[in-house]
Design a protein around this ligand. Structure first.
Ligand SMILES: [Zn+2]
Length: 69
């Protein structure tokens, strides 16, 4: 078993992606970034997510609170 992580390849330029693992509010977040073409992807709990949807999740509580008033 190799100890090093086999990183994924960029779908745009086929360069190796850098993976950064985070733990955000108990959820496993993985950020994959390509330094060659400056692309970035996020995965949450093993599912691909757009970074904008993460921001929507964060700001949704404010929207709900505003809609009730
Ligand atoms: Zn790339």
């Amino acid at each position: 078993m190799a100890s090093s992580t086999m990183s994924a390849r960029c779908p745009r330029c086929a360069a190796h992606l850098v993976e950064i693992h985070l733990d955000q509010a108990g959820r496993a977040m993985v950020m994959r970034s390509c330094s060659t073409c400056d692309s970035r992807w996020w995965r949450r709990d093993g599912e691909d997510v757009a970074f904008s949807s993460i921001l929507d999740t964060v700001s949704s509580t404010k929207k709900v609170a505003a809609a009730r008033s």
